[in-house]
Design a protein around this ligand. Structure first.
Ligand code: GLV
Ligand code: MN
Ligand code: MN
Length: 409
């Protein structure tokens, strides 16, 4: 029986084109959620989906879907990912899974095939959570982890709402986020870490994703003159915040509580060379596969904040995001492994350190993920790269798996 064969060349060229929207030097990309660049990238994705014969819809949180109708009715089998990026991110994070999904639909069309059940490609809104927290926003709404109203009311640091920005870029859709619930979900993604490359493995079969807990911490002290304020009389918010950040990092390093902890943003006010900082604002990203460990890390953060309060600082803690660790569907993992093996690809079972929309979709239907190696394990960096042949192999394995599920379901 004939089956769809992708064009690696077309997929790689499309990844390049998408990467030009919001391009930064050294091949990277800044395309924050609901920005003008996100809007233009969505326009391009929509065109490609339509060329692949898909009908395109947008739901009220801005998730964009392309669906190719199956011979029978019923819930679609879905793949997809995201096209928003972090600031100065790479061209592959998220985009690879979306463009590979479109390539799958195009290959089906090129071969004049029709699946037995519908196939869908989803582009989820605001996966990264950089401009608007929480992250995974589009898939969180579908999974009812956050209400649609709360998601639309989410504000960016510069005072813009998700609802307003979606309208501004023309992607405040009309369909319900629950109109297209899939029967299965498979996300293809770059590994973003060193494991696959280090073991020389072609394909990661992702059995789960670790959870995360995100915080914003604001430490208030007293701004004062750098030359005249004696050291014992200072309430230096900058040093206090740095001590807290170091304590959290040391806990992860020395006690693995949690598995990893990151202070990714840190700003001081008034931010002047000759002023003792009066205010420090920073974010904390805790990750661990065990929810209990994340809760312990949250308690540690509170106790470090209390230590600063005892010294006379005011500390404000805002919880920005939480996602529980998940385990993916064992049968679907086995299917993906068998598909990869039948293409001669070596496989490795693994747990994802990065968060993914699949984490939310897993609460709705059998879900699994496929990873391809990241060169040097570099990601969230303009230098993020994967060998072309690995990208093409992963996309063909996704296509094989989706096609076989859609013809045997
Ligand atoms: C998304 O890439 C995340 O893991 O934060
Ligand atoms: Mn991603
Ligand atoms: Mn990312």
């Amino acid at each position: 029986m004939s089956r769809p064969i992708i064009s690696g060349e077309r997929m790689l060229a499309r990844l390049q084109s998408l990467g030009q929207i919001g391009a930064v030097e050294s091949g990277g990309c800044t395309r924050l959620a609901f920005s003008d660049e996100d809007g233009r990238a969505r326009d391009l994705i929509k065109t490609w989906l339509e060329q692949a014969g898909a009908s395109v819809t947008v739901d009220s949180i801005g998730n964009l879907y392309g669906v190719v109708q199956g011979l029978s009715s019923g819930a679609p089998i879905m793949t997809g990912s995201h096209i928003d990026t972090v600031a100065r991110g790479g061209q592959l994070d998220g985009c690879y899974g979306v463009v590979a999904g479109i390539e799958m639909l195009q290959a089906i069309r090129d071969a004049a095939l029709q699946p037995s059940v519908s196939l869908a490609v989803a582009v989820f809104s605001n996966e990264e959570g950089v401009r608007f927290s929480p992250d995974l926003l589009g898939s969180r709404v579908i999974a009812k982890d956050i209400s649609l109203e709360e998601a639309l009311a989410t504000q960016s640091r510069d005072g813009k709402s998700v609802a307003g920005e979606l309208k501004r870029i023309g992607y405040a859709g009309e369909s319900s986020p629950w109109a297209l619930l899939p029967s299965k979900f498979i996300e293809l993604h770059i590994a973003q870490g060193p494991c696959l490359e280090a073991s020389g493995t072609a394909i990661g079969i992702v059995e789960g994703v670790q959870g995360h807990s995100w915080w914003e911490v604001v430490v208030q002290g007293c701004a004062n003159h750098a030359g005249t304020t004696p050291m014992p009389l200072r309430l230096d918010a900058g040093v206090a915040a740095m001590r807290m950040a170091c304590a959290l990092q040391a806990s992860a390093c020395l006690e693995r509580l949690p598995a990893v902890a990151t202070v990714g943003t840190f700003t001081l006010e008034p931010n002047a060379i000759n002023v003792v900082p009066g205010l420090a604002r920073f974010t904390v990203d805790f990750r661990d596969a065990e929810d209990g460990q994340l809760r312990e890390a949250d308690l540690l953060l509170r106790s470090e904040a209390k230590k600063l309060e005892d010294l006379g600082f005011m500390v404000q803690l805002s919880h920005l995001s939480r996602a529980l660790g998940v385990r993916f569907d064992a049968t679907l993992c086995d299917t993906l492994q068998a598909t990869a093996t039948s293409r001669g690809a070596s496989t490795q079972r693994m747990v994802s350190g990065a968060s993914h929309d699949a984490q939310m979709m897993a609460t709705l239907c059998p879900t699994a993920m496929l990873f391809v190696p990241s060169i040097g394990g570099i990601s969230h960096n303009p230098k993020e790269k994967t060998l072309d042949e690995d990208l093409v192999a992963g996309a063909q394995i996704l296509t094989d798996a989706m096609w076989s599920l859609a013809t045997t379901a």
